[in-house]
Design a protein around this ligand. Structure first.
Ligand code: SF4
Ligand code: SF4
Length: 252
C-alpha cells in the first residue's frame, strides 16, 4: 500500500522498455520521499553510516526501526521516517536527496521493482523486474525511454544487487535454525552480523575468534579496514553459525 492507503500497482514490463524521467523541475519532485516502508539491507546501512560518518550503533539508533512483521524468521530494518505529520524521509530536502550517491537500493531502482531468487547452487540469482507505478509519480508521463538494462546501469543498481543477493541466500534459506532454545541467540547473532558491522568487527577482533577459526592472515588484515570484505565475511559466518554450513573452517 502507498501512503494514501491505495494499492501500489505493480505492472509487468511489456516490450522490455518503459517511459520514465525524474528531474528537479517536475511538479511531484520529492513527493515520493515520504511515508515509505523502506527496507534497509546490510549494504544500504553500511553505505549510509559511512556517508554520514557515524557508527553503526548511532545509525541504527537514529535512522532505523526494527520490523519483525516483514519476514517470517529474521528481523528486518526499515528507514525511520520523520515523526511528524509529513512523515518525510530524514534525508530529503528542497534540493532532493541529500545522500543521493549512497541512497538505498530500493530508492535507486524505483520505478522498477526486482524479485530475485537463489536456486540451489546457481551462481547468480534468478531475477524478474516489474514497474511500480505510484499514482503521484509523474515521471511516467515524460518522454525518456529506458530498457531495464540501461536503467539498472544508470542508477548503479548492479553493485547493490551483487551484495544483497549474498544476504538473500541467508534470509531465504529453507534450512532449519536448529533447536528452539538456540533460536533467540541465533536471531541476535543475525541482527549483529547483518546490521551492526562495527560490533561484528569488535566481535571478531576482541574475542577468541581467530584462535578458533582458520582465517588466512591477509584476509584477517583486510577485515580490519575493508568494510565490504567484512560484510561478505559476516555472511559466511551467518551461514556457519545459523545453519551449520561449512563456510568457515574451525582449527583442529
Ligand atoms: S514522484 Fe516520481 S517523478 Fe516525482 S520525484 Fe519521485 S520518482 Fe521522481
Ligand atoms: S533516501 Fe533519498 S531517495 Fe530515498 S527516500 Fe530518502 S530522500 Fe528519497
Amino acid at each position: 500500500m502507498n501512503e494514501l492507503g491505495k494499492q501500489t500497482p505493480f505492472k509487468p514490463i511489456t516490450g522490455q522498455t518503459f517511459k520514465f524521467r525524474c528531474h528537479k523541475e517536475i511538479t511531484c519532485f520529492t513527493k515520493c520521499c515520504a511515508n515509505l516502508n523502506l527496507v534497509l539491507t546490510p549494504y544500504d546501512i553500511l553505505r549510509l553510516k559511512n556517508r554520514l560518518d557515524i557508527s553503526s550503533d548511532e545509525f541504527l539508533d537514529r535512522y532505523a526501526e526494527t520490523n519483525i512483521d516483514k519476514h517470517p524468521r529474521f528481523p528486518m530494518m526499515t528507514l525511520k521516517m520523520n515523526q511528524d505529520q509529513n512523515g518525510r524521509c530524514p534525508f530529503v530536502s528542497t534540493t532532493g536527496c541529500d545522500i543521493y550517491e549512497d541512497r538505498p537500493g530500493a530508492c535507486r531502482i524505483y520505478p522498477l521493482g526486482r524479485a530475485a531468487m537463489k536456486v540451489n547452487k546457481e551462481k547468480d540469482a534468478r531475477e524478474k523486474y516489474f514497474i511500480v507505478q505510484e499514482e503521484h509519480c509523474l515521471g511516467f508521463e515524460e518522454d525518456r525511454i529506458w530498457s531495464v538494462k540501461e536503467w539498472v546501469a544508470s542508477e548503479g543498481v548492479s553493485g547493490y544487487n551483487a551484495i544483497n543477493d549474498r544476504w538473500l541466500e541467508i534470509i531465504s534459506s529453507p534450512k532449519s535454525l536448529g533447536k528452539k532454545e538456540e533460536i533467540p541467540r541465533k536471531i541476535q547473532m543475525f541482527s549483529m552480523a547483518s546490521y551492526n558491522l562495527d560490533k561484528f568487527r569488535a566481535f571478531l577482533f576482541q574475542s577468541r575468534f581467530f584462535s578458533l577459526f582458520e582465517v588466512p592472515q591477509d584476509l584477517k588484515e583486510k577485515l580490519r579496514s575493508d568494510d565490504v570484505a567484512l560484510m561478505l565475511f559476516s555472511f559466511d559466518w551467518l551461514k556457519f553459525s545459523l545453519f551449520g554450513e561449512k563456510t568457515l573452517q574451525m582449527k583442529s
